[in-house]
Design a protein around this ligand. Structure first.
Ligand SMILES: NC(=O)c1ccc[n+]([C@@H]2O[C@H](COP(=O)([O-])OP(=O)(O)OC[C@H]3O[C@@H](n4cnc5c(N)ncnc54)[C@H](OP(=O)(O)O)[C@@H]3O)[C@@H](O)[C@H]2O)c1
Length: 331
């Protein structure tokens, strides 16, 4: 494994982390036993950052991660969980970053994770109805109580990140970032109030924050998973991603084939190229890809064994630029 040190966080963090969203059953591609085996294998491979959230699997992902980290494993890793997305019924969520709500949420997360502290506590999505100062004050209170070590913001506009920093340090940011979604305007149909490459990365660099790019494999597209089309079961959350359907998806698929052709020339599969492309960015700390089997994780971790050369990066850039400008000329 390769590790990165940032200014804001004491520990060195593995450049490959593990995203635990799919553990909770929303993706219909994992189960509890397999997920626990993935966490144990990840730790053996040197992965020390695990990203999770209460809302993933409606509590299940945190519970499974908590179970997997028993028997002396908890202290070897950093848990990056989140707060601020509540649910009454599955798939009906509300953003809530108020003091009362976060005080309840943190205790519920600690219980599910079977731990006394969360290393990085990230606000999952902005809540326009709660003043930033209120959220900052309660995070400070929770930190002083020893329940969290570091604060993170996910999916926040950069003006709000900097505003929050007037009240408390923001150690970590998380946003949508992969080869195709560099400055994306939406995620699962939700408008994004940030552009990752254009405005998040410069702020991350300015303050030396940890940066966790989410959906590094575009939910499997950048692992070549959908080369022969999409076959999600009805309950898979990826059905709610409009980019994985219709004409737009065909455009992505053609670009995937172009990247796979580049991969053939250098003898590397597309999942490794997608990870390597992210790892080259100095602002990227830990790539929190998901995996539904130990084999997938092993394949992704292989990407730390080599580096993309400058010529190949240029070739990829041409493909990505053509794709971004919608003037894709492919087979
Ligand atoms: N902050 C936020 O708002 C936010 C939003 C989204 C995600 N996240 C975080 O980011 C993490 C990862 O993002 P993501 O869940 O969107 O997924 P992703 O990492 O882009 O894709 C993961 C999926 O790709 C497939 N895959 C992975 N490695 C593969 C390989 N070597 N070969 C073939 N297929 C492979 C698997 O699909 P199958 O399951 O079909 O096998 C896997 O579940 C999440 O777990 C979560 O922690 C955060």
């Amino acid at each position: 494994m390769v590790y990165k040190k940032t200014k804001m966080i004491e520990e060195k963090i593995s450049v490959i982390g593990l995203g635990c969203w799919n553990f909770g059953g929303d993706w219909d591609s994992s189960d509890k036993r397999k997920s626990i085996a993935i966490v144990h294998a990840a730790i053996e491979m040197g992965i020390n950052l695990f990203d999770v959230a209460p809302v993933y699997g409606w509590g299940q992902s945190e519970t499974i991660l908590g179970n997997a980290l028993q028997d002396g494993r908890r202290n070897k890793v950093l848990i990056a969980s989140k707060g601020g997305l509540l649910w009454d019924k599955p798939y009906q969520t509300q953003n809530n970053l108020s003091r009362t709500s976060l005080l309840k949420e943190i205790d519920a997360s600690l219980k599910r994770l079977q731990t006394d502290y969360i290393d990085i506590y990230q606000m999952h999505w902005p809540d326009p109805t709660t003043p930033l100062q209120e959220t900052a004050q309660v995070l400070d209170e929770i930190r002083k109580a020893g329940k969290i070590r570091y604060v993170g913001l996910s999916n926040f506009a950069q003006r709000d990140v900097e505003m929050m920093m007037n009240y408390i340090p923001v150690h970590c940011q998380q946003s949508l970032y992969n080869m195709f979604e560099r400055n994306s305007t939406s995620y699962h149909g939700i408008p994004l109030d940030y552009r990752t490459e254009a405005d998040v990365l410069p702020v991350v660099k300015k303050y030396g924050q940890v940066f966790l790019p989410y959906s590094p494999l575009f939910q499997g597209l950048l692992a070549g998973k959908f080369d022969s089309g999409i076959t999600f079961s009805k309950k898979d959350i990826r059905n709610a991603n409009p980019k994985l359907a219709g004409e737009g998806f065909e455009k992505y698929r053609r670009a995937v084939m172009r990247i796979e052709e580049v991969g053939e020339k250098i003898g590397r599969p597309i999942n490794e190229i997608a990870f390597n492309w992210l790892r080259r960015k100095p602002e990227v700390t830990s790539i929190i890809g998901g995996a539904s089997s130990v084999e997938q994780l092993q394949k992704n971790v292989k990407s730390v064994e080599w580096d993309l050369d400058d010529m190949t990066v240029k070739e990829l850039e041409v493909i990505l630029q053509q794709f971004a400008q919608n003037i894709y000329y492919g087979k």
